[in-house]
Ligand binder design. Structure first.
Ligand SMILES: N=CN[C@@H](CCC(=O)O)C(=O)O
Length: 275
């Protein structure tokens, strides 16, 4: 394991690289600039590292940052171009929450120099770590899967209508992974009998789009889970008194079982490919 305190890389030798970009709650000493530390952490992908803590046992390599997405979002285009031009989303260094509230106190939002500093300090090392692990695993295997893990509250009217399906697979509209792999994962989601979609509202962010290169043996999948599938998500508005709700392993078990099958299937798919 290599550790630069905020960036962890747990190495395995199987053809599977797991990225966990949004579970960090670290505010890099900037707590006082935000409207509140709770608001700055509210859109964290809560408990995702616990939900996938079996990945290492499968031989996967796991890359994770402990820095909050509110400091810098490693799943955004570093040039600042929106993932979804014309639609609501959050930026590289977000100035709003998913719901559109201001994240920073007046006059405290990062300027261009500060965005460039955060990019050099956190964004670039995260992607350099992914690139290094992609190259290491590709030297061992002709085809590998990069699986980018996410979750989000089930209802966010600014981003999508109604309740989000439980499983949202993104392959950048079919371009970041082999269609056969996409179909196998989609079949496992559908077999749960719970709502699922492929390339719906969440088609894959920068990690999927930038590192997914099926023609070079790198197949990227983004899995966006609705929080209600694995944690006790409040029905109404979330508040400091009810969010984040605690991680209950028994409640999360059915979703975790499906995710285990999905990662095992991705591994079997990659392992069966010889060129
Ligand atoms: N929980 C996080 N969701 C991702 C989704 C990226 C996308 O497909 O739009 C994010 O905001 O980075």
């Amino acid at each position: 394991m290599s550790d630069s305190s905020w960036l962890t890389v747990n190495r395995g030798d199987a053809p599977l690289l797991v990225s966990i970009p949004h579970t960090g709650t670290g505010l890099a000493g900037l707590d006082g600039s935000f409207v509140s530390p709770w608001l700055a952490r509210r859109d964290t992908d809560w408990w995702i590292e616990q939900l996938y803590d079996f990945a290492g046992e499968l031989g996967a390599t796991v890359v994770r940052t402990t820095v909050s997405r509110s400091i810098i979002d490693v799943n955004r285009d570093p040039s600042g171009v929106s993932l979804y031009p014309g639609q609501a989303t959050t930026e590289l260094c977000p100035t709003t929450t998913f719901d559109g509230e201001a994240l920073y106190k007046e006059g405290q939002a990062p300027d261009d120099n500060e965005v460039a500093r955060r990019r050099a300090t956190y964004f670039e090392p995260y992607h350099a770590a992914l690139e290094k692990e992609v190259a290491r695993l590709r030297a061992l295997h002709p085809q590998i899967v990069l699986y980018d893990c996410h979750s989000i509250r089930s209802v966010i009217p600014r981003l999508f209508e109604g309740k989000l399906p439980l499983f949202n697979l993104g392959t950048n509209s079919g371009t970041s992974a082999d269609p056969a792999l996409q179909d196998q994962v989609a079949a496992l989601m559908a077999a749960t009998g719970r709502p699922s979609v492929v390339n719906g509202r969440f088609k894959g962010g920068w990690i999927t789009r930038h590192h997914g290169r099926p023609e070079h043996g790198v197949h990227a999948l983004q899995m966006e889970l609705s929080c209600r599938g694995y944690m006790l998500e409040p029905e109404g508005k979330v508040a400091p008194s009810n969010w984040p709700s605690r991680y209950d392993p028994a409640f999360a078990a059915p979703m975790r079982a499906t995710l285990t099958k999905i990662l095992e299937t991705a591994l079997a798919w990659a392992g069966s490919r010889h060129s």
